[in-house]
Design a protein around this ligand. Structure first.
Ligand code: TK8
Length: 349
């Protein structure tokens, strides 16, 4: 009897797992179902990110979970995974396309491999500050770009923030373009980043974030670039000695949902997803800005040497990457580039 019961619960478990695993693609929930799920069927969202549980990105994901589970009365459950437990940005995005994962919040840079227009945000020194970035991303052109993700079986629900990126390395203090000479810098998997660092004189290598710590530890690369919050919370100070406020790029995150899962939801549920992604994003942006403000000091307390980039030195960097930007305009799409530049101008009025 005991054995039979064990067998039955096993079968039940497998059935439940299979139902969750298909990402709701063959959803039986039907059109008329309310947000709270009249049929009593529970859907589970597997949501993964690359950063660890101390990072605002994870706090944002927990906020999303809280809102969704409350607003759907438990009809949709959210399981959260951090630290690349489900993979890196690129492989998780592919999992969304396949319908084996429902949510990921990647940087926009690797997304350019799916929708080239996203590379517009990889133009160095594009956004002057976070407020302008918010306006452009949450405004018309930002939302238009999210729409392009549909062709890739992805639904872009909101922009979150990774933030302004700063350079760290284990070789030398970087104060100007000359100091980049030959530095082995890990970049995100993005061609524009790669070419921009080459133009600065560095020796860049693209690599998934999940490989980065070990690569720095083993000396495969000398350095990397990420916002202070990541440098601190991922303990990069343990393997990096120098940090400079290059602020060379503002890195957005995009909150992505698998299209097959999203399409299987009721209209009410879809709205709950969108609202929750936006709301959680506001929370994440706020925490992230607080974090980026406080962690530079803590990095110095951990023993990193801080080098300030003068206005003059930054202008040299702007000039060094200018030909690369020119070259990429047509690859990104002139129309998108122009629209973004215009929106930035508008936002500064
Ligand atoms: C986390 C990444 C990461 C990004 C990078 O998954 O790869 O350097 O800045 O933080 O999105």
């Amino acid at each position: 009897m005991k054995k039979l019961f064990g067998l039955l619960s096993m079968v039940l478990l497998i059935t439940v797992l299979a139902a969750c695993g298909n990402g709701g693609a063959e959803s039986s929930s039907g059109e008329g179902e309310s947000a709270s799920g009249d049929s009593g069927e529970t859907k589970t969202i597997k949501a993964g990110i690359g950063l660890n549980s101390d990072h605002p990105q994870y706090k944002g994901l927990l906020k999303f979970k809280e809102i969704v589970e409350e607003k759907t009365d438990g009809a949709i459950k959210v399981d959260t995974y951090h630290s690349g437990q489900l993979g890196d940005d690129r492989s998780m995005t592919e999992a969304l396309q396949l319908g084996t994962q429902e949510v990921v919040v990647p940087s926009t840079a690797p997304l350019a491999n799916f929708v080239p227009e996203f590379s517009v945000f990889d133009i160095p020194f594009l956004f002057p500050n976070e407020q302008v970035a918010d306006e452009v991303l949450d405004g018309e052109v930002g939302q238009e770009l999210l729409g392009k993700l549909e062709e890739q079986n992805l639904v872009g629900l909101a922009y979150w923030e990774n933030g302004f990126r700063d350079l760290t390395n284990s070789e030398r203090a970087v104060a100007s373009v000359d100091d980049f000479d030959g530095l082995k810098i890990r970049t995100m998997e993005n061609d524009l980043h790669l070419d921009a660092f080459k133009a600065l004189g560095a020796n860049p290598t693209p690599m998934a974030f999940t490989e980065l710590f070990t690569a720095m530890q083993q000396g495969t690369v000398d350095g990397q670039e990420n916002p202070y919050a990541t440098i601190y919370l991922q303990k990069f100070y343990e393997v990096q000695d120098h940090v400079s406020n290059t602020h060379h790029i503002y890195s957005p995150f995009v909150f992505l949902m698998s299209k097959s899962f999203y399409d299987g939801l009721t209209e009410d549920q879809q709205k709950i997803m969108k609202d929750a992604a936006v709301e959680a994003g506001k929370h994440e942006r706020k925490l992230n800005r607080e974090a980026n403000e406080k962690y530079l000091k803590q990095l110095q307390e951990e023993g990193m040497e801080y080098t300030e980039i003068s206005d003059e030195a930054r202008q040299e960097m702007v000039d060094a990457v200018a030909p690369v930007i020119e070259d990429y305009k047509s690859k990104i799409g002139e129309e998108t580039v122009d629209k973004v530049y215009k929106a930035i101008e508008e936002a500064q009025k």
